[in-house]
Design a protein around this ligand. Structure first.
Ligand SMILES: Cc1cc2nc3c(=O)[nH]c(=O)nc-3n(C[C@H](O)[C@H](O)[C@H](O)COP(=O)(O)OP(=O)(O)OC[C@H]3O[C@@H](n4cnc5c(N)ncnc54)[C@H](O)[C@@H]3O)c2cc1C
Length: 287
């Protein structure tokens, strides 16, 4: 397993901001995840787990303790019948394509989400009416003391939340149950969703996806736009001119710029619409 000291987290997040992690490791097996957790416990290090960092805002001071990354080095998947068994570091987009190759439908919504299976299960990621939670048949998780399995009935989830968040386990593997489908229809759906994304999201600039969760009964982007905040900037952080629900890094943004912009949007929306916006992106690191 590879270990790194003072690793710049800006390199591991899609937003491209954030200070160093004291220690970072990249396990390749469940045994190595366990080993890393035991090391952290022995040395009393707090642990942060990440995937591809596509929903993360790491503070400028960085992350104290150990960061365990489960990404491309922890990515194996196979389809059998209507199920896909995959390890946490698999890209959702790769799993969506694997499903299409096996004429399995249900994962088309995930083709443009730039995160890992582990991050998606943690967040209950979703798009265009689909989400990962209902597809999960089984989850293998790791804590410093054990490796455990949750069956479908034991895995609860809601809008951008899941049991993984409540119990702070590390997702190591999951089984996804799909349905047999028509391959050309599946591919056409994936293409259509990718085009929709390209048309309305600022995919050419670093971001962490939607900044805020959708409050019941409202759409965040149009609300921010109606508050005249499209294009509003603090330092290098900007409310995307393409989709006001995204904050983009126009170059050289700091985490502090992004945090200040989030606070400004929250205050403006509260004053104008009396709505409390909660961040969807996960803020981690020393304050
Ligand atoms: C351009 C863009 C578009 C996006 N579109 C969407 C979208 O349509 N729908 C959507 O839901 N999201 C979207 N996102 C956000 C993001 O891609 C998803 O939330 C994704 O599931 C996060 O996966 P990740 O591997 O990047 O997780 P990270 O950002 O690395 O981590 C996110 C959270 O998950 C936890 N985590 C990560 N891996 C594990 C693990 N193995 N075990 C336990 N916890 C873990 C982390 O601790 C953290 O709290 C988008 C992001 C971008 C940049």
């Amino acid at each position: 397993m590879e270990w790194f000291k003072n690793f710049p987290m800006a390199h591991l997040t899609s937003l491209g901001v954030g200070g160093p992690a004291d220690l970072l490791c990249k396990p390749r097996t469940i045994g190595e995840v366990h080993e890393a957790l035991k090391y952290a416990r022995e040395h009393q290090l707090p642990v942060t787990v990440i995937g591809y960092g596509s929903n993360l805002l790491v503070t400028d001071k960085g992350i104290r303790g150990l960061v365990i990354q489960l990404a491309e080095h922890f990515a194996k998947a196979e389809a059998a019948g209507t199920k896909i068994r995959a390890t946490a570091g698999c890209l959702l987009s790769s799993l969506s394509k694997l499903a299409a190759r096996h004429s399995l439908t249900g994962l088309e919504f995930a083709v443009g989400i730039p995160g890992s299976l582990g991050g998606a299960v943690y967040m209950n990621a979703g798009a265009y009416g689909g989400e990962i939670g209902p597809l999960v048949e089984e989850i293998t998780w790791v804590t410093p003391d054990e490796v455990g399995v949750w069956k479908k009935s034991e895995f609860s989830y809601g809008y951008r939340r899941s049991r993984v968040q409540e119990e702070r386990v590390i997702v190591a593997e999951a089984v996804i149950e799909l349905r047999p489908g028509n391959q050309s229809e599946i591919l056409a759906k994936m293409k259509e969703l990718q085009e929709k994304r390209r048309a309305c999201q600022p995919l050419d600039l670093p971001s962490a996806g939607s900044t805020f969760k959708r409050p019941p009964g409202y759409y965040v982007g149009p609300m921010i736009e109606a508050a005249n905040l499209k294009g509003y900037r603090i330092g290098g952080a900007e409310v995307s001119t393409k989709h006001a629900g995204f904050i983009v890094n126009t170059g050289g943004a700091t985490a502090q710029d992004v945090l200040a912009l989030i606070a400004h949007i929250q205050k403006t929306i509260k004053d104008k619409f009396d709505v409390d916006l909660q961040p969807e992106l996960q803020i981690v690191g020393e304050k």
